[in-house]
Design a protein around this ligand. Structure first.
Ligand SMILES: Cc1cc2nc3c(=O)[nH]c(=O)nc-3n(C[C@H](O)[C@H](O)[C@H](O)COP(=O)(O)OP(=O)(O)OC[C@H]3O[C@@H](n4cnc5c(N)ncnc54)[C@H](O)[C@@H]3O)c2cc1C
Length: 330
């Protein structure tokens, strides 16, 4: 079978990889306009946000992502990552109680005194939750590796419209105006869903922008996260957060000065930043409102991974790919 995947972020690259492993011939169409998956250092963190929410699939997703990284390495596609744990400092007993209510018993964890945490934290934290099975991954490196390992043909261009069997491209790519397929999977992320909505073809969800500062070296070897996060990445470190106001659509990347001040403040609250040089800045928009499955008359869809793109994206993509192939063969 021939499948066309629209979008080459972590969702699209993972779908392409698992479709190819199931025996499909895959073409990936990517506009190259904005990919949240280019986030330089992403956490693989099962305990989310400031309330400590844990997605029901978080443990399975986390194990799946680490196993995928091992499979890719064995196939010669090494991706910078570290399964080195994640630290979640909390400011007071109430926050700890909130986190504790959400922690599943199957999730390995320990509460530490701040002075015992395997990272030097700024003063003021009451407790630290240690999640030894978490870690970080280089987002663009993982996405590139999945695409390469899939062997998919990659077409640079925008899919203007599509059905479950045909994709129309704009501008025409090397004379190519449309692609025929046995299955079409849309993985367009924040920008793609915005284009869909602008074209009057549906598209819902909440879009949120955030920024990472890349650092010459990691401030901490074990990622630390509360409000913002400090983590290693492929060739240094990051300080980042998703903090702009939620919006109804994607907008071009921007970093208001006040947001920069906020980010630096949150970073200092986690750990002393003095002496570490900033080497760059990355701003991106993520889309919440998970949609994973068939879409009437338009094939399939994996969008709205929110802040869990690397925690849940590969797992959901593998399950979706199995359904796509199963239906094509039925
Ligand atoms: C600041 C920030 C920090 C984050 N930190 C983390 C983290 O620590 N851990 C974590 O797990 N997640 C994190 N995320 C979330 C994660 O980045 C996203 O969930 C994930 O990258 C979304 O992937 P995607 O493939 O759905 O979309 P994207 O990566 O946005 O990819 C969509 C791709 O589709 C293309 N496209 C769209 N429409 C079309 C079309 N019509 N035709 C052709 N191509 C099209 C786009 O050009 C783009 O390349 C963070 C996000 C942000 C913004």
């Amino acid at each position: 079978m021939h499948a066309v995947v629209i979008g080459a972020g972590i969702a699209g690259a993972s779908v392409a990889y698992f479709l190819a492993r199931a025996g499909a011939r895959v073409t990936v169409v990517d506009a190259g306009v904005h990919a949240a998956s280019s986030v330089p250092g992403a956490l693989v963190n099962p305990v989310r946000g400031q309330s400590g929410g844990v997605d029901p699939r978080a443990l399975t997703g986390m194990a799946f992502t680490w196993a995928l990284l091992r499979d890719l390495a064995a196939a010669g596609f090494a991706v910078p990552h570290g399964q080195v744990g994640v630290l979640r400092p909390v400011p007071d007993d109430r926050a700890r109680a909130r986190f504790e209510r959400n922690l599943p018993s199957a999730l390995a964890h320990a509460w530490l005194a701040p002075g015992d945490a395997p990272a030097r934290l700024s003063p003021g934290w009451a407790h630290v939750l240690h999640l030894p099975e978490g870690g970080w991954v280089d987002g663009p490196a993982l996405t590139r590796a999945l695409l390469a390992a899939s062997g998919a043909r990659v077409v640079r261009g925008r899919a203007l419209d599509w059905s479950g069997r045909e994709v129309h491209l704009s501008p025409a790519q090397g004379g190519l105006e449309h692609l025929q397929a046995d299955a079409v999977v849309f993985c367009g992320g924040s920008v793609g869903v915005t284009w869909q909505a602008q074209g009057g073809r549906g598209g819902a969800g909440v879009h949120r922008m955030g920024t990472l500062l890349t650092l010459e070296r990691p401030v901490t070897r074990v990622p630390v996260s509360f409000g913002a996060y400090l983590a290693p990445h492929g060739s240094g470190g990051v300080l980042g957060a998703t903090f702009e106001a939620p919006a109804g659509s994607w907008a071009p990347e921007a970093l208001p000065l006040g947001s920069l001040a906020w980010l630096l403040g949150r970073g200092e609250a986690l750990s002393a930043l003095g002496g570490v040089r900033v080497t760059g800045r990355w701003t991106g928009s993520r889309l919440s409102g998970l949609e994973c499955g068939a879409e009437a008359g338009r094939g399939w869809r994996l969008t709205g991974l929110g802040s869990k793109g690397f925690l849940l994206g590969p797992l959901l993509a593998s399950e979706l790919a199995a359904r796509v192939v199963g239906e094509a063969q039925a």
